[in-house]
Design a protein. Structure first.
Length: 679
């Protein structure tokens, strides 16, 4: 074969001088580049000007997209980094027994490469050496190989089998990541650690043999191996790192040995096929979300050695029926058993001091809970949505109970539908039009009456001092409420969306706080002949009556009235001191807003989603601007300030340090003000 051939073999083949450029050294030379990148086949010479060719240099044949085959002569010891990268038409390569190393990305992106023959001389395969070789189906690595680099075969989607020789001591991260056709793999005895993402996204991997001697299984090592059925972890492993077996949805059994001390975050998350797990004595830490989403898991044994169970460790284990928490655990973290819908029995040991936020939220089969005297804190939403909870004891030692702790626990309600614990009204579980809150209630809890759509009136007793966040949120039919003088604090979003509390201009203002904007000042007939569905107008329950819409009418673009359509321009009335959280959120037709100089605070997301808002006037009285106030206000161009613009920027940046778009709007306002002064 000629040194270099085009589509037809040339009767006068080119010499090495014509075909290649070389790096020349005293003891040999290496190929620098190919002069004609349109070649089809090449044969690299053994000698150049009497010197042996010992290497193929970095990027020597990179992106030679016409190259289909290459013959590498004996004597070449190294194939450089990126040497054949991007040779998309290259179909086969034979690596002679003189080569000891294959460089990083040497054959990366050779999409048509179907055959690679390596001699027993190769010791190391570089990072991404064969990554993206989509047509490569089989490869036998020689016994001489000791190192497989990071991502060496990543993205070889059609690689069916690979034999990893016994001499390999290092397999790099992502080495076989995305080898979607790989069905089985045997890891050699010399490996002590399976790196992160080594076999991640090997969707057809059914079995894997992990040898004795492995100490750790790296993060995402087998992540998304959807067909992996069983794994036996050897007794040498001490750590299963985060997401090691994440979304191995066919995994039915797992043997965790006594040597394991740490099960990392989400290590077995969404392993739907797992039905039972025995955690060995010796494990001290179960990471956050370790078994979350294991829908088939019905039982789990947690040993006394466990000191820490992470947040959401067993969250969304819908079929988990019972669990016994060991005495060694002092904190049940946030969401540990959230949405374990069939969890009927749980034993909380004496020694637990904290039950975290939403720890047992929506455990709808939980009927009773015995909280030990050691508990001092019950987090926000800890038992929210536990619909069948009929009894719970709160020990005297409990000093803190978070918001919404018992929200929606309808079987804890008294005969009037109130869930009241220690003077806090956590939930209202009936659908009466008028409600009288009993005397003695000190706090109306967060979201206690949220979305009570039939509620039209309520009496609040003088004993109440606090109305928490969202207490009456989206009580669309509520027409009157009297806040007694005893109330000292009203939380964020307390009356958000209470559109029938709005004044004639659509403002829901209570104690100088603008909680919501629900303007319905125009009447409109919207013609149509399709069936009107309730969800079309989502939050606007009174919209049909106000706008004269009849059954049979339809509005084809339901988004136009989402959170109530507002007029194009709004002037907030003088006297308002605070614009509440989400007060104007998603008022999609809002074009401009003028804020009076009585306002000192603009709450979080106050104007978020007002996508057609173009200008806002903010007075210098405003000293607090919450986070994401103008989030998704994509057409906002100008922010006008009646005072100093640098001061306004300073106030805004406190909670929005990286919002360059709004800062640009402030600067535009400053420029316009300066131009006006000059005129």
């Amino acid at each position: 074969m000629a040194f270099l051939e085009h589509e037809m073999y040339d009767e006068n083949p080119l010499t090495p001088d014509d075909a290649f450029d070389f790096f020349v050294r005293d003891n040999g030379c290496s190929v620098k580049s190919l002069r004609d990148e349109t070649c089809i086949e090449i044969k690299i010479p053994e000698y150049y000007h009497g010197k042996p060719v010992t290497g193929i240099g970095d990027s020597a044949f990179r992106n030679c997209i016409c190259l289909t085959s290459v013959i590498i002569p004996d004597g070449v010891a190294t194939i450089g980094d990126h040497a054949f990268e991007g040779c998309t038409e290259l179909t086969s390569v034979t690596i002679p027994d003189s080569v000891i190393s294959i460089g990083d990305s040497a054959f990366s992106g050779c999409e048509d490469l179907t055959s690679v023959v390596m001699a027993d001389s190769v010791i190391s395969i570089g990072n991404k050496a064969f990554s993206g070789c989509e047509s490569l189906k089989n490869i036998t690595l020689p016994v001489s190989v000791t190192t497989i680099g990071d991502g060496a075969f990543s993205g070889c989607e059609n690689l069916i089998s690979v034999i990893i020789p016994s001499g390999v001591t290092t397999i790099g991260v992502k080495a076989f990541n995305g080898c979607k056709s790989l069905t089985s793999v045997k890891i050699p005895d010399g490996i002590i650690s399976i790196g992160s993402q080594v076999f991640c996204d090997c969707e057809r991997l059914i079995s894997v043999k992990i040898p004795d001697g492995i100490i750790s299984i790296g993060s995402q090592a087998f992540c998304n191996c959807e067909r992996l059925i069983s794994v036996k972890i050897p007794n040498s492993v001490t750590t299963i790192e985060k997401e090691a077996f994440y979304f191995c949805k066919s995994l039915r059994s797992i043997t965790i040995p006594d040597s394991v001390r740490i099960i990392g975050a989400e290590a077995f998350s969404y392993c739907w096929g797992l039905t039972s797990v025995t955690i060995p004595d010796g494990v001290t830490t179960i990471g956050a979300g370790a078994f979350s989403g294991c829908e088939g898991l019905t039982s789990v044994i947690i040993p006394d050695s466990v000191r820490t169970i992470g947040a959401e460790a067993f969250g969304l284990c819908e079929n988990l029926r019972s669990v016994e928490i060991p005495d060694s655990v002092t904190t049940i973290e946030a969401g540990t058993f959230i949405r374990c819908e069939n969890l009927a029995n749980v034993t909380i040991p004496n020694g637990v001091t904290t039950i975290g936020d939403k720890a047992f939220s929506k455990c709808m089969s939980l009927a009773s809970v015995m909280i030990p005297d050691s508990v001092t804190s019950i987090g926000a939403g800890a038992f929210s949505g536990c619909e069948n909870l009929t009894s719970i004891n709160i020990p005297d030692n409990v000093r803190f109970i978070g918001k919404r702790a018992f929200l929606g626990c309808k079987n804890l309600a008294d005969e009037n539908g109130f869930v009241i614990i220690r003077g806090v009204l956590y939930s209202y579980c009936r659908s009466d039009e008028y409600v009288k809150i009993p005397s003695g209630v000190i706090t109306i809890g967060a979201s206690a009456f949220s979305k009570c759509k039939e509620l039209t009136g309520i009496t609040i007793p003088d004993s109440v001092t606090t109305i928490e966040d969202g207490a009456f949120r989206e009580c669309w039919s509520l027409t009157s409420v009297t806040i007694p003088d005893s109330v000292r604090l009203i939380g964020e979003e307390a009356f958000l969306g209470c559109e029938n509390l709005a004044d004639e201009n659509g403002f829901v203002i209570i104690r100088d706080v603008l909680y919501s904007y629900c303007n319905k000042s125009e009447r409109s007939m919207i013609p149509g002949d399709e069936i009107l569905r309730d969800e079309i107008f989502r939050k606007c329950y009174e919209f049909r009556r106000t706008f004269g819409i009849r059954k049979g009418d339809v509005f084809r673009r339901c988004d136009a009235f989402r959170s109530c359509v507002s007029p194009t321009n709004v002037t907030i009335p003088s006297g308002v001191t605070c614009i509440g959280v989400k007060a104007f959120s998603r008022c999609r037709n809002l074009r401009s807003v003028i804020i009076p100089d009585s306002v000192t605070t603009i709450g979080d997301e106050a104007f978020s989603g007002c996508e057609f808002l173009t200008s806002v006037t903010i007075p210098n009285s405003v000293t607090i601007i919450g986070a994401h106030v103008f989030y998704l206000c994509t057409n906002l161009k100008t922010i006008i300030c009646s005072g100093d613009y640098d001061t306004l920027k300073g106030v805004f940046v406190q909670n929005n340090p990286s919002d360059e778009n709004v800062l640009a709007c402030i600067e535009q306002g400053a420029r316009e003000k300066l131009q006006h002064v000059k005129k």
